[in-house]
Write a protein that binds this ligand. Structure first.
Ligand SMILES: Nc1ncnc2c1ncn2[C@@H]1O[C@H](COP(=O)(O)OP(=O)(O)OP(=O)(O)O)[C@@H](O)[C@H]1O
Ligand SMILES: [Mg+2]
Length: 237
């Protein structure tokens, strides 16, 4: 479904992504783990069309989308739930969800209402707070909103950038439960996480990114059992 071929992303002289090639098949959950500054967010932004490529190509559903603007990629079925949530603080929960549906052209308004209902069922807290400004939500609620907003475009592939960042263990459990349910429903997911243990547990396959390069890949289980991964990312030996 998604194929990256030697993708490079640079900020001036700093090359954050140095020739990454990877593939994600339909229905797979793939995780990327890596230390701070490894280039994970840059890579997701490159896939979503929020950072231009300095080299390489990205194909989605057999179509080269390397140069397409972000909203066109949303239209193709790629949705990003960004790091740090990126919700619109001075808009209500409901309006944030509507904005998530905005890039999809020509949809029946009834369908938008159905999708909103689906998200309120997924995260009942969002229903309770639908008229509240997003900026007044707790960190966990903002994360739920970021995920739901991305899902409002009915993506074929969901990109999740550190959904558990800064959240309490109970909320992290809720977020991973939602990821598991999306996976069971057949959604293709690319998950970037610091919580390597949980991420590898939910993932079919995983890549390790180190200073802009893929240094290891395998099934979630293979990486969970890998001594180097355990020492560097799981804090266990
Ligand atoms: N807008 C930018 N301008 C300049 N440099 C940037 C920019 N965004 C990222 N970088 C640099 O690119 C490198 C990769 O950053 P990136 O945010 O992709 O890493 P990350 O793996 O997501 O890290 P983290 O785990 O901390 O979120 C870092 O060295 C960072 O300083
Ligand atoms: Mg990041």
């Amino acid at each position: 479904m998604l194929k990256l071929n030697s993708v490079r992303i640079a900020y001036g002289a700093i090359e954050a992504v140095k020739g990454v090639s990877l593939q994600i098949r339909q229905g797979e959950v793939v995780t990327i783990i890596g230390a701070n500054g490894a280039g994970k967010t840059s890579l997701l932004k490159g896939i979503a069309g929020l950072e231009p490529l300095a080299g390489g190509t990205i194909t989605f559903d057999g179509q080269d989308c390397s140069k397409l603007p972000a909203h066109r990629r949303v239209g193709m079925g790629i949705a990003l739930s960004p790091e740090g949530r990126g919700v619109f603080a001075d808009q209500t929960v409901r309006d944030n969800l509507l904005l998530g549906a905005y890039a999809v052209k020509g949809r029946d308004p009834k369908r938008t209402e159905e999708l909103m209902e689906r998200e309120y069922r997924r995260f009942p807290r969002l229903r309770e707070r639908q008229n509240q400004y997003a900026g007044t939500l707790s960190g966990g609620e903002q994360q739920m909103l970021a995920m739901s907003r991305a899902l409002m475009s009915e993506p074929k592939m969901l990109l999740l950038d550190e959904p558990s960042l800064g959240l309490a263990p109970l909320i992290i459990k809720d977020i991973f439960k939602a990821i598991q349910q999306l996976r069971d429903a057949g959604l293709t997911i690319l998950l970037v996480e610091q919580m390597a243990m949980q991420a590898l547990g939910v993932a079919d396959r995983a890549y390790v990114l180190e200073t802009g390069r893929v240094t290891l890949e395998g099934t979630g289980k293979q990486l969970l059992d890998d001594p180097k991964v355990r020492a560097a990312y799981l804090g266990t030996h």
